[in-house]
Design a protein around this ligand. Structure first.
Ligand code: SF4
Ligand code: SF4
Length: 317
């Protein structure tokens, strides 16, 4: 079978080595466990004729591949020269090398009540066309994160689900997870991502010097406050939901910093500084929300208030 990979997760927890990308709704749901931030990622544009090679797997991208990348970019990403992802993300001290939901026995503490969709998609990548997911699996199989887990195997394997074969995602659960994560990314873009992109256009996306801070394939993390102010502008209830979220986040940041001070690790210092910056941004946002200085949205391209309220309160995920 051509370009076939099987997958069987033993829940060893090796790939749970950092907080996952999440939706804003997921961050609201797990507000006492995950510190939220926005991750802005640079995804270099692919070109016809580009050679992608992972081990013995190679593909020269053709027009159909580029069209598939463009379709994903048009619905899920932003364009400013390269393409950029703007996603909500959990944030924690990298020195801990673990997701805050990872239990000591390697299990996920929120597996059965709101595990982020990103984790359901593992080990596939929703930003890569289905026809090229075998290259994603080949690359993960060679990465240090998955080393020793042996959850991804080439070809068909007993006790493992055939995940991709002959340019298709064939496992029903994986197919469904990819669809749901892509729909969630589309919704995030609609609810806050597009507005944050526009808000950052002048100081970041239209400034080559500022954009140089994000290397190809790399990320810039910023406070989640621009996303909160976007959704808070939708209605009074959204504003109250955001204020409650900020209270939980301030308490969580305090706890995380207190634990870091006990650990006394040098490499934690810049992260503590960044967390203090997040806390300051939250305090300013809370003051703006209390004074109702957050402007109501113009209603032009905004989703309906009821839909955003349901989204933030966990009724719709
Ligand atoms: S490394 Fe593989 S086996 Fe371990 S938790 Fe992740 S997907 Fe599952
Ligand atoms: S939320 Fe659960 S599955 Fe996802 S990275 Fe954390 S521990 Fe792993």
């Amino acid at each position: 079978m051509v370009n076939a990979f099987s997958f069987a997760c033993s829940a060893c927890g090796k790939c749970c080595n950092s907080p996952p990308a999440m939706t804003l709704a997921e961050l609201f749901r797990h507000r006492d466990r995950f510190i939220g931030c926005i991750a802005i990622g640079r995804i270099p544009r692919k070109r016809v004729g580009e050679r992608v090679r992972v081990g013995q797997h190679e593909r020269v991208l053709d027009e159909a591949d580029i069209a598939a990348f463009d379709t994903l970019a048009d619905t899920l990403l932003q364009r400013a020269g390269d393409t950029f992802s703007i996603t909500a993300q959990g944030y924690d001290y990298p020195s801990l090398a673990r997701c805050p939901a990872l239990e000591d026995d390697g299990r996920c503490a929120i597996h059965s009540h709101g595990k982020p969709l990103t984790c359901e998609v593992v080990p596939l990548d929703p930003l890569v066309p289905d026809t090229l997911q075998h290259l994603v699996l080949a690359a993960r199989n060679q990465s240090a994160v998955y080393f020793g887990a042996e959850c991804i195997r080439e070809g068909e394997r007993e006790g493992a689900a055939l995940m991709v074969a002959q340019g298709r995602v064939v496992d029903a659960h994986a197919k469904d997870a990819l669809i749901r994560r892509r729909l969630a990314l589309e919704k995030e873009r609609e609810v806050w991502g597009q507005a944050v992109f526009e808000a950052l256009r002048k100081e970041l996306f239209d400034s080559p010097a500022a954009l140089a801070r994000i290397p190809a394939g790399g990320f810039l993390t910023i406070s989640i406050v621009p996303a909160l102010l976007t959704v808070a502008s939708v209605s009074g209830r959204c504003r109250r939901l955001c204020a409650d979220y900020i209270d939980s986040q301030l308490a969580l940041i305090d706890r995380c910093i207190a634990q870091a001070l006990v650990r006394r690790r040098l490499e934690d210092r810049p992260v503590t500084l960044e967390l203090r910056g997040f806390a300051n941004a939250y305090r300013h946002a809370k003051a703006a929300l209390a004074e109702s200085t957050v402007m109501a949205s113009d209603g032009g391209h905004s989703p309906a208030p009821g839909a955003v309220e349901a989204y933030l309160s966990g009724a719709v995920l």
